[in-house]
Design a protein around this ligand. Sequence first.
Ligand code: SF4
Length: 399
Amino acid sequence: VSSIRKNYKDVKKVLHKHDLTSFFNLSKYGFSPYRACEHGCLYCDGRAEKYYVEGEFDKDIIIRRNLPEILDLELSKIREKGFVCIGSGVSDPYQPVEEDELIMRKCAEILHKHSVPVVVMTKSALVLRDLDIWGEINRKSGFLLMMSCTWNNDEMRKKIEPHASSVEERISALTDFKDSGCFTGVLAMPFLPLISETEENMFQIAKMCKDSKVDFMMPGGLTLRPGVQKDIFFKHLTSHYPEYVSTYEKIYGENRQSGAPSAFWYDKMSFLYTKMSELSGVSSVIPHYIYRNKVAIFDEIFLILTTMKIIYDFKGITTSRLSKAISKYSEWIITEKKAINRSKKRRYEELDQLLMYMCQKNSMDTIIQNEKVSELIKKVVVERAVFNGVTGRLHQIAD
Ligand code: SF4
């Protein structure tokens, strides 16, 4: 059992806002009730200098005591619709301290009051305690539980994620949320080269995801930023898995600032990620039906194009033209949003109306300069077609 030092802090601001909804976790708005994390996963990116987390990462926990009341104030003023995502790579919202502090419970009540769609990202089955409110939110505005899991047995998990919930507890939490009608997804990341990033483990995870009927399973590899994060991980690797050290040195020897592995490893793994999704029939990106009608249409389009690029990248299909179209589209949306932002009288809904007008006039191509992508956008905006994350194609459904 870990013993922690609690450090209470008052915050002035809670919500971080993104111009375009994140394809990774649907965040338009995001926040974390804690900083640092007693789960103490050995690979945690939150230890990296980039995040300036002070003290001992898994012992000195900052508790944002007044967060619920500031959240209430800020939610009453938001002008743009979208998901609120709770959790980050620097802290788990349901780490054990939440059991006594109840900040998440209070936030859930406030989010319910404001009828916003919510995403929670965690490695803890404590989220089940609040299933009553999350279930209510799901019926009102939408709720997605994203649980990370990269292990098919608890022995390996215990060494690497010592204070997070067991594999069994996580799967059972996902099942309970699914049974109550919520959307669920597995963040199958970070797979650790040679340890959990093995064909056998990955395919068993895919099977586990299929059996628990999750809506998606998003795979990803380990990043090791040079500095504290990489040093701590290598220290543990040397004591638990000395036989793998030399291969890790090859994979992470380039010391990229982002912590990304060398290209040879990425290519090898991307192939397995695609196979995981194809064999299990579980989408490797957040499916369109989860955010359809819950975010603005201009955000839906951004999410579809971005997730399409991820699927193609995994499959080794060239995406340079698609990438260009995505950046032209994003620049256009952000410029239009700035103009709306400057005037209190204007509303973000105008942007969806403009998008509809452009599609009806077949003018999207003048902005993104890509006929195929313009055609796809038109199908989603005008005909409300749905993008399928497994086949990578659009489908028509009756509303
Ligand atoms: S649960 Fe997440 S934030 Fe907490 S230590 Fe593990 S990886 Fe880091």
